[in-house]
Design a protein around this ligand. Structure first.
Ligand code: NAG
Ligand code: NAG
Ligand code: NAG
Ligand code: NAG
Ligand code: NAG
Ligand code: NAG
Ligand code: NAG
Ligand code: NAG
Length: 815
């Protein structure tokens, strides 16, 4: 016992000599003065001490990341009672309370942790490696008497909780700072709402600003972003004692935090070593996240543009206001509901479910039909939904704050009068026209809620045109000398069985794709651009003219187009073998492609891309090259498709910057995902990813094995350790040309080098793939991190390599 005490006493002294700041504990006889002394957690992750926030002269006790050069405070003790000079002292009382006093008057307590419940024997205050400041008794080190994690400020870090402990009735929630220089309690709170179904709510004062959908067991309301990805793993505990949200970094070397900033923005930030700055990786925030943006029965969707729609079967409550972009009035039923007559339900998919205001959960309804029956029984039941975790949910009266996700989301069944449902087939055409007449676009710039209106005149003209949907389409598009056939809408309706869901063969970024058969028997694929794709007639025409000019055997061929009211459709040749992803990512492997075929496909894509970049009359950046955009004809020849977001560059233009990054995570180069900078080199990067996916038979964004977060990191590791063949798709059964496959992997790595100028251009890529020339050794590829266990990096190199931006753009598929 004596020895222990001695050791305890010596330990800090030893460190004091080595460096004056290497202690992590404070005992009752010690004090932390505001003279530059700090407590540092054992692995140097977090530091506690006095600080002044940006520009302020006030002094606070806070905890910040030790390894982040730009002081980033995650917790503040005396945020509401600052010291005005550096006279502060942090001590623990013999009874075990934490207090801040001032040297000028030791009896005046500036802040206290209020640990009054009991006295603590041999108390000790310690800063832990997770960033938790704990007070414990030296006699019982595992039991914390008090911990800073129980008193969150504006930041959530791994190990902290957001939610409730029902037994102790304790709530953990985030509160924003007042301003960057004032950490006192601000306006915004971010709390777990323990209603029937847990959801997370951001409020300004008492006003709801944002609501996540209800927790469904995997994520909140089907919100695609909050599910597990390369960087973090969400944890939700929901039982009789607890309801909380927490998260863990997928790797210990990652430094990340959630923060509610003073503008009420919830950011998920990751520290990037290479860029020396915090990077926001949760790009989910768009203006559709504003609470109830489109009013009652309105659906908000966001893809480049914000757009409000009424649920089908509903019309704007105030047509005039709606046309003037005031959508808050929401929508009403086109045909009022009358319970004494027949009613049914219409299914809407991919939604964030409405807010749970007038709402109930029926635990005894076990399946969807029972749930439907229960809803039918109550006249005021307006909609129901059935999810695995929460069971049968029913909404009464209003449906507020619905949004449409491009991926994920849940199904909602909305009650409709029978007349609406019966006439569905017949009115499909007219329904489009009717709902279109109330739609215009809000052009949304940036991720937050500032937006600009498109030119009013253009809107007016479009609004007029909408009033007369029968106007001859040829007249509208015919003024351009378009050589492309303009197909009749009726022909397309007949060909696709009125866009029957049985004919649906895919969902592109800009709308669903349907298979169709023309009267002569020719098979076509019809892409029905979604109304909110943000394209006006002019842009559409431009795109059609652009694609029409592209003629290459490795590009999918456009056969025609069709415009009907606000609907725009593109008609392509039909590809019987659908898309490449179905072959290379197929788990059952009964559709495995031989190595020979894979090489042909790789070369074909390279030629197609080379044509886009160099050989076509226009210089085109595809921007969304990925396996699902490579279609295969009956002979398995690859054809690049989906030019929805492609950009043409003028002759001497090589790089462009975009405000909104579109494309698919996992295929995006760093400079594009982080800075919106795209060029031919960002396409080259995507090509590299695609190439390695074809060889490995795995998706870059879903590869989690042996602690290596993504495929690219794994390939790079294997390559450096000269065992690159390990990554080759095992279903090839070693029947491939070793030299050729190594060459392909090598070229793939060259394409993915972090620095865009280092990457080859497509003509070089095509050359390198086909010729036995010497290849340069690839420089570091983007995406590498978390390799400490598998690669022999030196310590400092691995710190450099974990640069977080490298992986922040991996797994959340944008669409
Ligand atoms: C700060 O004060 C402590 C406690 O009095 C003392 O041990 C330490 O040396 C001082 N540090 C500096 C940098 O003056
Ligand atoms: C010190 O603070 C105590 C408590 O606030 C107060 O009663 C006392 O007058 C102060 N002493 C001086 C010298 O300011
Ligand atoms: C400590 O308790 C007092 C009295 O209940 C309260 O006024 C004060 O705000 C509490 N301080 C903290 C830091 O919780
Ligand atoms: C909050 O975060 C957003 C997005 O990063 C930023 O634009 C805004 O300036 C921040 N607000 C404050 C007050 O820092
Ligand atoms: C509902 O329908 C019944 C039968 O058609 C009719 O008698 C009744 O007036 C309707 N009620 C309303 C509120 O429209
Ligand atoms: C629906 O909820 C709102 C807000 O909670 C409330 O004002 C209204 O009375 C409710 N309506 C019904 C029918 O319960
Ligand atoms: C709940 O569902 C069961 C089974 O369908 C049904 O019998 C019951 O009436 C429902 N309860 C309510 C309150 O709707
Ligand atoms: C319908 O549901 C509401 C809300 O749960 C409830 O207040 C009302 O009593 C129900 N009506 C009937 C007829 O069951």
């Amino acid at each position: 016992m004596k020895f222990d005490q001695l050791f305890f006493f010596l330990f800090p002294v030893f460190f004091f000599f080595r460096s004056s700041i290497a202690v992590d504990t404070l005992a009752p006889n010690q004090a932390l003065l505001d003279n530059g002394t700090t407590l540092v957690s054992p692995s140097q992750n977090f530091e506690l001490g006095f600080f002044s926030p940006w520009k302020s002269k006030n002094r606070y006790i806070g905890i910040w990341f030790k390894k982040v050069p730009e002081q980033t405070v995650v917790w503040v003790a005396n945020n509401d009672s600052p010291l005005t000079d550096s006279s502060g002292i942090l001590t623990i009382t013999p009874g075990g309370n934490i207090i801040i006093t001032s040297t000028r008057n030791q009896s005046s307590i500036i802040w206290t942790a209020n640990i009054t419940s009991r006295t603590v024997s041999n108390p000790v205050l310690q800063i832990l490696d997770k960033g938790n400041l704990v007070l414990k008794s030296n006699d019982n080190l595992d039991n914390y008497v008090w911990q800073s994690f129980d008193y969150p400020c504006d930041t959530l870090i791994p190990g902290m909780k957001l939610g409730w402990n029902f037994r102790t009735n304790q709530e953990w929630y985030l509160t924003s700072w007042k301003s960057p220089q004032d950490p006192s309690t601000g306006d915004f709170t971010y709390r777990m709402d323990p209603a029937v179904l847990p959801s997370i709510v951001l409020r300004q004062g008492s006003q709801i600003q944002f609501r996540s959908g209800p927790w469904d067991g995997v994520r909140f309301g089907g919100q695609p972003v909050m599910q597990q990805n390369a960087v973090f793993k969400p944890i939700v505990v929901f039982d009789s004692d607890n309801l909380y949200y927490a998260f863990e970094n997928s790797d210990v070397s990652i430094i990340s935090r959630f923060v509610v900033n003073q503008s009420g923005l919830v950011e998920h930030l990751i520290w990037s070593q290479t860029h020396n700055q915090w990077i926001d990786i949760a790009m989910q925030s768009d203006s559709c996240d504003d609470y109830s943006r489109c009013g009652n029965f309105g659906v908000c969707s966001f893809y480049n543009f914000l757009s409000c729609d009424c649920l089908s079967g509903f019309v704007p409550r105030k047509r005039q206001a709606w046309a003037q972009f005031d959508r808050s009035g929401g929508c009403i039923r086109r045909t009022p509901l009358n319970c004494t007559t027949m009613t049914g339900f219409r299914k809407f998919s991919g939604l964030k479910l409405p807010d749970t205001l007038n709402f109930s959960v029926n635990r005894s309804a076990l399946n969807r039909l029972e749930c439907e029956k229960a809803c039918l029984k109550n006249c005021s039941c307006a909609a129901y939904a059935m999810t695995q975790l929460s069971g049968c949910m029913a909404w009464f009266e209003d449906l507020l704050d619905i949004r449409k996700y491009s991926e994920g989301g849940q199904d909602l069944y909305v009650r409709m009068p029978a007349s609406e449902l019966d006439s569905r087939k017949k009115s499909k055409r007219t329904a489009v026209v009717a709902s279109v007449s109330v739609i215009s676009f809000l052009l949304v710039l940036g991720l937050i809620s500032w937006f600009a209106f498109r030119k009013k005149t253009a809107n007016n003209r479009r609004a007029l045109a909408d009033d007369n949907p029968s106007q001859d389409i040829n007249q509208r598009i015919g003024d351009e000398n378009l050589e492309l056939p303009v197909l009749n809408f009726i022909t397309i309706l007949d060909a696709t069985n009125q866009f029957s869901f049985r004919n649906k063969i895919g969902e592109g970024g800009f709308g669903p794709v349907y298979k169709g058969v023309l009267p002569m028997g020719k098979e076509i694929a019809v892409k029905r651009l979604s109304k909110d794709s943000g394209q006006g007639l002019k842009e559409f025409k431009n795109e059609v003219i652009l694609i029409e000019k592209l003629q290459h055997r490795n590009l999918v061929k456009l056969l025609g187009c069709c415009i009907h009211g606000e609907e725009r459709m593109l008609v392509y040749e039909y590809m019987p073998n659908k898309s490449l992803d179905l072959f290379i990512f197929n788990q059952t492997k009964d559709t495995t492609l031989s190595w020979h075929k894979r090489l042909d496909i790789i070369l074909g894509i390279a030629r197609g891309l080379l044509y886009l970049h160099r050989d076509s009359r226009l210089r085109i950046i595809h921007r969304d090259l990925k396996a699902s955009n490579i279609l295969l004809d009956s002979d398995m020849n690859p054809k690049i498709s989906d030019f929805g977001i492609a950009r043409t560059f003028g002759g001497d233009q090589y790089e462009e910057n975009t405000k909104r990054v579109v494309g698919t995570y996992g295929y995006m180069s760093l400079e594009y995902a982080m800075k919106g900078l795209f060029s031919m080199k960002s396409d080259v990067y995507s090509f590299g990813v695609l190439l390695l996916e074809i060889i490995c038979g795995r998706k870059n964004s879903s590869y989690i094995q042996d602690n290596t977060i993504n495929l690219i990191g794994h390939v790079w590791d294997s390559w450096r350790e000269e065992r690159a063949l390990d990554i080759v798709d095992s279903s090839l059964n070693n029947s491939y040309d070793v030299n050729k496959i190594l060459r392909c992997i090598h070229v793939g790595l060259l394409c993915m080098q972090e620095c865009a100028p280092d990457r080859p251009i497509m003509s070089e890529v095509a050359f390198m793939l086909c010729n036995e020339t010497r290849l340069p050794y690839p420089k570091r590829t983007a995406f590498i991190f978390n390799t400490a266990s598998t690669t022999p990096y030196s310590k400092s190199a691995s710190v450099e390599n974990r640069s977080v931006n490298d992986m922040s753009i991996t797994m959340v598929e944008a669409r």
